[in-house]
Structures are given as C-alpha cells and as structure tokens.
Ligand binder design. Structure first.
Ligand code: NDP
Length: 315
C-alpha cells in the first residue's frame, strides 16, 4: 500500500475542516485534508446562509464552502477527494487508511467529519428511498414543483426546509410531534405566516403508502392518549428534518463519545481523550452546531494541534 507521512491530517471538509486547513497551512504544518463523501459538508445542501459574518446580503451554501476551500488552498493546504476508512490510534504516528489504497502516517489528526441526517427508523423510509423520501429539501425539492410534500420536525432545519419547499410545492405539511416548534422565533414566525404551510402539531408518522413511490403518509395525532386519532394525508414527497447523528463510525470506538455519540473534548479545548487527536465542528458539538461555531472550533483545533507538535518536538 502506498505510504505518506504528514504532520497534520484533517478529516472532513465542512467549515471546521477547511478552517483548520487555513490555520494549519498558515502555520507551515502542510496539512493534508480528505474531503469525505460530501465535499463541503452539510452547508452545500443549504440554499442561503444569512448568519455567517461578513456576508451582509447572505451567500449560497455551496459558494461559501468554495470560498473557504480556496482560502485554505491559497496557503498550501493539500485538499484531496477521498474517504478515510479507519485510523489506528494505538500507534505513533497514527495510521490512516484512505479508500483502501493508501496509508497516511500522521503526527496529529483533526476530526471534522460533521453529522448526518437522522431518519425515523420506519421500514417505509427504506422502501421509498429515492422514491419520495429525502433528507435534503434543497437537493430534491425541485422534483416536487406544484406537488404536495411533508416535512417532519419542528426545529430550525425543518422550518428552513418547509420554507424552501413552500416556494416550489403547492402545499407543505409540517409534521411536529410536540405542541410547539423548537425553532428560533424568526423561523417560527415565517412558517406560521406562510399560507401554503400547514403545521400539524402533536402528530407522529407511522408509515408511508403508495404504488410506485410515496402517495401518502399514515399519521397518528395525540399518540398514546385518550384523544388518539389516526389520519392519512396525500403527499408526493416526505422530507426528514429531525436532527443529525455525528459521523464517528470510522473511529471504531477508539475515541470517547458522549451518550448521544458526540466526541468529548477536554474543557474549552478541542483535545480528545487521545493525545494528538483533536475534534472540531458538529462531530463534537451537541450545543451550537452553526457554521460559524464550527469554523471557530476548526481554528481552535488547528492551534491545539500546532501546540501539541511544538510541545512534542514534532514541528
Ligand atoms: P433540532 O434538534 O433543533 O430539532 C429536531 C426536531 O426534530 C425537533 O422538533 C424534534 O422534536 C424533532 N424530532 C427529533 N426526533 C424525532 C422523531 N423521532 N420523530 C419526530 N420528530 C422528531 O435539529 P435541527 O436540525 O433543526 O437543528 C440543529 C441545530 O442547528 C439547532 O441548534 C438549530 O438551531 C441549528 N440550525 C440553525 C439554522 C440557522 O440558524 N440558519 C438552520 C438550521 C439549523 P422535539 O422538539 O419534540 O424534540
């Protein structure tokens, strides 16, 4: 297998990974970054970013990630397509296997692999995968012009997806399991004031139906109470927006995670329980999960990695 030795390996290409690449390349660490399965990360599937400082008119999710990547490359960061399959953290330097074809030996590793969309766990989600079930409105919304769709969830993501879909689809249902929306007030106001969005509170999805794709959803209102009521809605598309799962499977249990699966970092630092391995962005942040906070954490991980290399005579 082809081998290569680096001072700093960055895994993941969202705002955290690319920002870590800017800082480590400016610190002359010649970082190598592998982009993973979704180059640019979750933001590339978002239509408009309105809250990243420096863009008073907002910017497209794909465009901002291209900008941050270009900025990192300007300082010499080596950004590569490829998937890090595993990292052996029991040896020094660490040994990472890329696409089963290459081994990278790294003195430090920054994990910035983000998080992936969660599903409800219904058999029907698998059955209708690619046939009406999606976890990305900006990717797939186009197929539902003038149709009827449902979005599951009551957070900011669900509201954003519902707003986006409401500009394409004829009608949008939001299926919310509680009697309130968890989203920020501004997003709640937008959704509740949009005439073609219908919020179904206290409602759970128990199944989907349709001959050659999704034609409707089986819902239950007030589940488990005396007022429990079953209803079906006719829809053409079913969008999940119920949160995300941190992407840590490739670590094979070598790094300490909290009960929700996020990498645990030490105090205000980005240090994991393995010296020389740092974590940044949504994979290690159950609280803020914003592009700007991920970018900030990427900066901190880069500085922590630089200090670790200096302290251990590896710089
Ligand atoms: P959240 O965790 O905030 O919301 C998840 C939603 O899905 C909740 O309404 C939750 O319901 C619901 N849910 C979870 N599991 C299920 C289930 N099994 N069945 C039905 N409903 C379920 O996730 P988001 O992805 O919306 O947001 C994550 C973070 O990113 C938040 O901090 C958010 O503020 C932020 N964000 C910010 C944006 C912005 O500022 N532009 C845009 C998008 C996200 P319940 O309330 O009952 O738990």
């Amino acid at each position: 297998m082809e081998k290569e030795r680096v001072k700093c390996l960055i895994v993941g290409s969202g705002p955290a990974g690319y920002t870590a690449a800017i800082y480590t390349s400016r610190a002359n660490l010649s970082p190598v970054l592998y982009e993973g399965l979704q180059p640019g990360g979750q933001l590339t599937t978002t239509s408009e970013i309105e809250n990243f400082p420096g863009y008073p008119e907002g910017i497209g999710g794909f465009d901002i990630m291209e900008d941050i990547k270009t900025q990192a490359e300007r300082f010499g960061a080596d950004i590569r397509a490829g998937y890090v399959e595993s990292i052996d953290m029991s040896v020094r330097p660490f040994k990472a296997v890329i696409d089963g074809a290459k081994e990278i030996e790294a003195d430090t590793v920054i994990i910035a692999t983000g998080a992936s969309a969660k599903y409800l766990g219904l058999e029907d989600e698998k059955k209708y995968s690619g046939m009406g079930v999606s976890a990305c409105a900006t990717c797939d919304g186009f197929f539902y012009r003038k149709k009827v769709v449902a979005v599951v969830g009551g957070g900011d993501t669900a509201c954003e997806e519902a707003m986006y879909l409401s500009s394409l689809a004829k009608e949008v249902y939001m299926i919310v399991r509680k009697d309130y929306l968890r989203a920020s007030q501004v997003m709640q106001d937008r959704v509740l004031n949009k005439e073609n969005i219908h919020v179904l509170f206290n409602t759970n999805t128990v199944g989907l139906f349709g001959e050659n794709g999704v034609e409707g959803a089986h819902l239950v209102k007030f589940k488990g109470t005396p007022q429990e009521e079953q209803l079906d809605i006719a829809i053409d598309g079913f969008f999940l927006a119920i949160g995300h799962k941190p992407n840590t499977d490739f670590l094979n249990g070598q790094i300490a995670l909290d009960e929700a699966g996020y990498i645990i970092t030490e105090g205000a630092s980005t240090k994991t329980n393995i010296p020389g391995v740092f974590a940044a962005g949504d994979v290690a942040d159950p609280h803020y999960r914003q592009a700007i906070s991920a970018a900030g954490m990427g900066c901190r991980a880069a500085m922590d990695a630089e200090r670790y290399l200096a302290d251990n005579g590896l710089k």
